[in-house]
Design a protein. Structure first.
Length: 367
């Protein structure tokens, strides 16, 4: 094994702490070449597709990538914004807001975003933090529920990166927060705010990203954690059994995945006479292709075409301030014991600088 070249150890330097918010990833552009590169990296991960490598290589490179890349690019084009990919934009803003929230609580910690697939890549971000002398790193996945296909893959990438690093920083990895009060309360507030603005539908559907049923049978806890999230959220909303429903979306391939599937369930509800439905995707903390295109466009069409009258998609938490506070709660819990808290004098100085900046901005605005 060859280790990366390290800069000389700097005696007496002040070690820094960083929080890395890691999301799944996104293509760099809504084009066929960009989507093909992204899909190849994503679908080549053995955590994501558990098929013998030689067989899967043939399927991926000869069937899936040549045909699926252009179709996926067209879907990305429907949701792309002037700022770029929604998932990347939201994750960047979440990282910035989390840094501010931790700072307001007196913590001095860098907060950056990374992607498991695509850019900025997790190894790239970890290397940059090392160059900035970050010696304590907290990995915070954007996935509330643990699955080997998601959080497990992030852990693989972290360990693989540091396998060639001589001077490894102190690491902490958040496993899940599917039942954390900060997360559940943010979801509750999001639903209640939606109901206040738009009225309440006949049923609340909670659609989670699907995984092959085989993963459940082999011991992956994702299915159970999704249902616990749903139960806790329903309790917070005062919903009884029958007033809400859990489904799973984004099925891929011919194998059986976790059921019930979202699209067929929505069609069945409409055919049975359900007039209106509210749908939330609690497993996604940032809106993305799977929520904006698959749910807000395709699932909406399926429900209305089957006879439903009103389909309301409830946006992901995104930059919801209740979620920013929830993220800060989760990060603070896992930062415990690390020397991130500023002294009272340092906090007072920061507040003074912030106030001076606010006053200056007001003067410039008045001028």
């Amino acid at each position: 094994m060859t280790f990366q070249k390290e800069p000389p150890h700097s005696h007496g330097s002040v070690p820094k702490t960083a929080v890395v918010l890691v999301n799944l990833g996104t293509p760099d552009a809504p084009t066929t070449p960009a989507v093909r590169r992204y899909l190849k990296e994503f679908l080549s991960d053995p955590r994501v597709v558990e098929i013998p490598r030689a067989v899967w290589w043939l399927i991926l490179n000869l069937i899936i990538l040549p045909f699926r890349s252009s179709k996926s690019a067209a879907k990305y084009a429907q949701i792309w914004t002037k700022e770029g990919s929604p998932l990347k934009v939201h994750t960047q803003k979440q990282a910035m807001l989390l840094r501010g929230a931790l700072g307001q609580r007196g913590h001095k910690a860098q907060v950056v975003m990374a992607m498991r697939y695509g850019s900025p890549s997790l190894p790239e971000v970890l290397s940059k933090l090392k160059a900035e002398q970050c010696e304590r790193i907290l990995i915070l996945p954007a996935y509330p529920q643990y699955s080997g296909t998601t959080t497990g893959s992030i852990n693989d990438a972290v360990f693989a990166h540091y396998a060639t690093v001589r001077n490894v920083p102190e690491l902490r990895l958040v496993r899940n927060y599917h039942d954390h009060p900060g997360y559940i309360h943010a979801l509750r507030d999001s639903v209640l705010a939606h109901w206040e603005r738009n009225g309440r539908g006949d049923k609340l559907v909670m659609s989670f990203h699907g995984v092959p049923k085989r993963t459940l049978l082999l011991g992956d806890p994702y299915h159970c954690e999704c249902y616990k999230t749903a139960r806790l959220l329903a309790t917070e909303l005062g919903l009884r059994e029958g007033q809400y429903l859990v489904t799973f979306q984004s099925r891929f391939g011919k194998a059986e995945w976790l059921q019930p599937y979202t699209a067929p369930t929505l069609q069945k509800l409409a055919q049975e006479g359900l007039q209106s439905v509210d749908l939330i995707c609690p497993g996604f903390t940032s809106d993305c292709l799977e929520t904006l295109e698959e749910i807000s466009i395709e699932a909406r069409h399926d429900f209305l075409a089957a006879g439903g009258k009103q389909f309301n998609y409830i946006a992901c938490l995104n930059e919801n301030m209740a979620w920013v506070s929830g993220m800060a709660d989760i990060a603070e819990q896992h930062l415990a014991g690390w020397p991130t808290l500023l002294t009272s004098a340092q906090q007072d100085a920061i507040k003074a600088d912030r106030e001076a900046g606010r006053v200056q901005a007001q003067k410039l605005g008045a001028a």
